[in-house]
Design a binder for this molecule. Structure first.
Ligand SMILES: [Zn+2]
Ligand SMILES: [Zn+2]
Length: 280
């Protein structure tokens, strides 16, 4: 990702932390050495595991390889909602095969994006997104893996599809950016909410209120790197090593010790994704 701003300096270490949702390929990683370099930088500040997310078919193949290259990397595969119109029978076969990989810990990111249709050439329509979302929900149920949801400006529609199809046992809302009412609805349903750098943004008051209603056992943290770099580095390139900035901002907002938030979110990540979290 091109960016005019320099990379943020490494934060003070805080851990153990799990980056619940990142895109190592979009961060520029191509091979095992690149992956190791990014994950080494993360581990140096306490981020001991990362889940790298696919958004198209090439990425789905790549993330499973990345998870094989480095034991600190796990993967999730799906077609991103904006690419839902590429979900052919052949694509379904590929995704179904890759989801069976033992280091694939979720079906995602899938869901609904009401922002990009009409703004992005070739973006899947709301109807195509809905069909693909329903298919991924069924896949999560068939494989027993968590469903990881991308929701952009689509609260009511996402809830509608989840209710119509029936939610799988584990549902994760990545980059949760909605208000306290939506957070309460999700928490009451037993779903897990993952907060990204957007929670550190000073003007995100509704999201700050939402953060306060999420119990520790239903809270994850993520970078969504290379996007959504936390305050005060907005616009600079993001990487998993930047996660402590977000966790410290979140700890301030909920008035809890950052070390506790780190410990609890890592335990929750280990539980929902089904892997052991090592302290650094
Ligand atoms: Zn997303
Ligand atoms: Zn993402």
């Amino acid at each position: 990702m091109s960016s005019s701003r320099p990379a943020p300096p490494p934060p003070e270490p805080l851990g153990p932390l799990v980056d619940a949702h990142t895109h190592l390929d979009a961060c520029g990683a191509k091979d095992g050495d690149d992956v190791r370099a990014i994950v080494d930088r993360a581990a140096a500040v306490g981020v001991t595991a990362v889940v790298t997310i696919a958004d198209d078919l090439d990425s789905a193949r790549w993330v499973t390889e990345a998870a094989d290259w480095d034991p600190r990397v796990y993967a999730a595969v799906a077609l991103h909602p904006t690419r839902a119109n590429a979900l052919t029978d052949e694509a379904k076969t590929v995704i179904e095969r890759l989801v069976g990989h033992p280091r694939v810990v979720a079906v995602g990111e899938t869901g609904l994006d009401n922002y990009w249709p009409g703004r992005l050439d070739g973006c899947a329509s709301p109807g195509e997104q809905r069909d693909a979302f329903a298919w991924h929900i069924d896949l999560a149920k068939r494989t027993g893996k968590p469903l990881m949801i991308h929701n952009r400006d689509a609260d009511a529609d996402v809830l509608d599809v989840l209710r119509a199809e029936g939610a799988p046992p584990t549902v994760i809302f990545h980059c949760f950016s909605s208000d306290a009412e939506m957070a309460r609805t999700c928490v009451d349903a037993g779903w897990v909410l993952s907060l990204s750098g957007t929670v550190s943004f000073r003007n995100a008051r509704a999201l700050h209120e939402a953060a306060a209603v999420i119990p520790a056992g239903q809270l994850l943290v993520e970078t969504d790197a290379p996007f959504l770099t936390p305050h005060p580095y907005r616009g600079a390139p993001n990487e998993p090593y930047c996660l402590p900035y977000t966790v410290r901002a979140l700890a301030d907002i909920v008035d809890r010790p950052a070390a506790d938030v780190a410990k609890e979110t890592s335990a929750t990540a280990g539980r929902v994704y089904g892997f052991a979290v090592n302290s650094s």
